[in-house]
Ligand binder design. Structure first.
Ligand code: HEC
Length: 457
């Protein structure tokens, strides 16, 4: 339809690129039941992804992806890039907090689709594409973690890639392929940088387009209740109200990300030092719950391989196994219960992990290795089980490093167990020299910590 007094530019463009039909295609999507705030999350995720693209490109102008330059270039970004005055630090902050926010929003989006039953027929394939996007988001977070090449980045990635190495048969090959060698070095960094800045963004574009094309062809799922005729009667177009709501949602997310970037800019620890490994690696906060869970599942391999496989299989099979058309969360108690249990567990595990990080004795690999010898020679194994081997008179020590005892507490335990446990059958090991006691405490503190006792292997 033509309006009088319509701008000449619009007319010009319409004649040449059919602008009007393009705009009507983009804006006149019917929404059954009308616009709602509940629908803004998908747009918010898309917004954070675009923000990651833009800030990522800006960072790439200054970033140098080699072990000799990475840390310096990130330090330069913080202080001198884009004319200084904290502009670079702000951009890095946006990228850093944008990543956290994107992980949260992807989670919220997934949760909503799950609870609203929006993955059900005919949206199974759209759900699968969403699962791929979730995996891409996690991989982006993991590969981005290494790039600043500080201590946290380095040791976090050592632990992360060690886990990949535990996968049966292909694990070791995969691990050395990803690392580009035995340890972390120039090849690891360029592998991660390429995956992070080339492979993942292309895949993101492909799968986001796929996700959106399906969305436009199948249409929004709409409210989970109400009869179709009534919903049809209350139908609204995407423009203007939903566009406005989405825009407000995006603005709100941007303000949160910008606020965090200004108030809590990402830090940069000292440059990665592979030989000085008194460092206790910690993952990014959104991987905390996995980290904690991996510590609890024994044997280790069951957690490292089984847990992600289980999550993946459940997510992929969900729309094909759950075929009931019922969408209302009020009539799907199992779905609601599962959500609450999973969310509750994730939060509890994350809190436990964070508490653990604060208490952990920092470890020195050589001392841990010596402590292991002292442990063997002193006959501790006669009473204590470690990783399935040993006696049962004393408690299983396989996860003793996660309990959070201080070194002092442990040394007292070795020398005078009765100070902690009256009538303790554990003998005194006061004949050990102070440095042997220190090594022993280091070894015991390493037990059960992911990546230990020897993270360099
Ligand atoms: C004769 C058996 C025996 C031997 C040998 C022994 N322990 Fe124990 N240990 C125990 C018992 C039993 C406890 C539980 C506390 C108690 O009832 O005394 C314990 C407790 C501990 C604890 C505290 C666990 C906790 O968090 O509550 C640590 C750590 C420990 N032992 C380390 C060692 C080390 C290291 C050695 C070798 C140098 C060793 N033990 C040798 C019997 C033994």
């Amino acid at each position: 339809m033509k309006q009088k007094g319509e701008s000449k530019l619009l007319k010009y463009l319409d004649e040449r690129i059919r602008l009007r039909s393009l705009m009507s295609f983009l804006l006149d999507e019917p929404i059954p039941g009308g616009a709602r705030w509940a629908y803004v999350f998908g747009s918010m995720v898309l917004f954070t992804l675009i923000l990651q693209f833009l800030t990522g490109i800006m960072l790439a102008f200054y970033y140098g992806g080699t072990p000799d330059h990475a840390w310096d270039s990130v330090n330069y970004i913080d202080h001198l890039s884009f004319g200084g005055m904290g502009v670079g630090r702000l951009i890095r902050g946006l990228h850093y907090w944008g990543a956290s926010m994107m992980v949260i929003l992807v989670g919220v989006h997934l949760l909503q689709v799950f609870l609203w039953g929006a993955y059900k027929k005919p949206r199974e394939i759209m759900w699968l594409v969403g699962v791929v996007l979730l995996a891409l988001t996690m991989t982006a977070a993991f590969t981005g973690y290494l790039l600043p090449w500080d201590e946290r980045a380095y040791w976090g990635t050592i632990v992360g890639t060690n886990m990949i190495g535990l996968v049966p048969i292909v694990g070791p090959i995969l691990k050395s392929a990803i690392r580009g060698g035995v340890g972390l070095g120039a090849l690891t960094l360029s592998h991660f940088f390429t995956i992070h800045t080339m492979v993942l963004p292309s895949m993101f574009i492909l799968f986001v387009v796929f996700h959106l094309v399906i969305f436009r062809r199948i249409g929004p799922a709409g409210p989970y209740k109400g009869d179709p005729l009534a919903l049809e009667a209350r139908k609204e177009f995407f423009y203007p109200r939903q566009v406005l709501m989405d825009a407000m949602g995006m603005l709100a997310i941007f303000l949160v990300i910008a606020g965090l970037s200004l108030l809590r800019p990402p830090g940069l620890e000292s440059v990665a030092n592979p030989s000085n490994s008194s460092y206790s690696p910690t993952p990014a906060w959104y991987f905390d719950w996995i980290f904690q869970l991996l510590k609890m599942i024994r044997p280790e391999i069951l957690g490292v391989v089984g847990l992600p496989a289980l999550i993946g299989i459940v997510l992929v099979l969900l729309p094909f196994v759950d075929k009931r058309p019922e969408r209302s969360p009020f009539r799907r108690p199992v779905a609601v219960l599962v959500t609450m249990v999973v969310l509750g567990a994730m939060m509890t595990l994350s809190v436990q992990a964070e508490r653990g990080f604060k208490k952990l004795v920092s470890l020195e690999p050589r001392s841990v290795a010596r402590g292991k010898l002292v442990f063997r020679q002193s006959g501790c194994i006669g009473c204590h089980t470690v990783n399935g081997q040993g006696g049962h008179i004393g408690p299983d020590l396989s996860e003793e490093g996660l309990v959070g005892h201080s070194e002092h507490w442990l040394v007292v335990q070795f020398v005078q167990s009765a100070a902690h446990f009256p009538h303790s059958p554990m003998p005194s090991f006061s004949y050990l020299k102070p440095d042997q006691l220190h090594d022993l405490a280091q070894y015991v503190s390493s037990l059960g910590r992911t990546g230990w006792p020897d993270p360099t292997k």
